[in-house]
Design a binder for this molecule. Sequence first.
Ligand code: CAA
Length: 381
Amino acid sequence: MNLDLSEEQKLLQRTVREFAESEVKPLARELDESGQFPRETFRKAADLGLTAVALPESEGGAGFDHVSYSIVIEEISRVCASTGVILSVQNSLYCDPIHRYGTSEQKAKFLGPFARGEKIGCYALTEPQAGSNAAALATKAVLKGGRYIVNGAKAWITNGAVADAALVYVNTDPAKGEKGITALVIERGTAGFKIGKEEKKLGIHATACAELSFADCEVPAANRIGNEGEGYKVALSTLDGGRIGIAAQAVGIAQGAFELALAYARERQAFGHPIADFQAIQFMLADMATEIDAARLLVRKAAWKQDTGARFTTEASIAKLFASELATRVTHKAMQIHGGNGYSREYAVERMYRDARITEIYEGTSEIQRLVIAAGVLKRY
Ligand code: CAA
């Protein structure tokens, strides 16, 4: 078994590391403070192919595999978790389902420009009353004369305030419950589609996370992705890939915090020594390094399985569960090593500590990941 990255993957990793260091890291603090969506960085990331890493070049993607995609999200999130998830949503939650379920006409309109990063996409599943219980979504769509009339509201939509199009999950036949869920692409500017308030959050401030609402919003039937009633499968299979993205984001945040803690421990003097000389600090660093390594291997295993074409639902949830909880533990320790300075906004670990927490919540809470893993080990999938 060879765990080495291929030469191509190593080159991509170096390229993205350089991009992250020179273009993303210098803005991370400012984005955290201003909450501004990083449009210019998104455009530069697109120039490198980072808006559709694992899509074929024929569809506007960069043609890498999903292991490479996980490396990209880790490297970006190592310096800025907001930018990491913005790209993860574009890749996994918007482009991927349109790639898998879209017709060639739909791909020309709703995939190419998004894969090339000329346009921004988002994924609108969650509603104010339907988070973990996604099947209970209440947004309805009725087909009339070749158009769906959509009514309802979505919440917590990453990239939502800036997206040019949203992949919106609606129910076209509520009597059928989850079997009535259907996926529609709804473009910004469609009459009746309103972008609501942006969420004020603990972390990842720059993600343009907003409410979306639809009031008699008329959407051409040609915008339906997959068949009527197929939306729940589109949504859940999409989250399999999305969860790898979030797991990679969590590893990246943890890696970034670990590196800062390591450097600080070498530099900070106490009792006449750098604090790295003390076992209390060494044990924290050892635990951090061990767990990051384990999480990264789980992420790469899940991404590798995705690349084989086999179902990878359980592996994605295992990676997401472990990596997200690890990111919370590692950023906690990184702040502890920094002492009082770590609690100050002057130091990046303070931001990383706040940013890490969401990885245990979005794209399925840790409790949902445990349900999915249990179903997997009990061979329900
Ligand atoms: N791939 C393909 N099909 C799948 C699937 C998958 N991963 N998971 C389930 N399915 C299919 C099943 O095969 C089944 O199909 P049949 O009826 O034809 O057999 C159907 O979907 C229903 O499956 P389950 O009965 O297993 O599903 P469930 O309704 O019991 O619930 C759940 C599953 C795990 C609770 C699921 O609803 C879930 O994951 N909820 C969490 C939702 C979530 O993660 N939301 C995050 C929002 S997105 C976000 O956070 C974005 C962001 O901002 C970054």
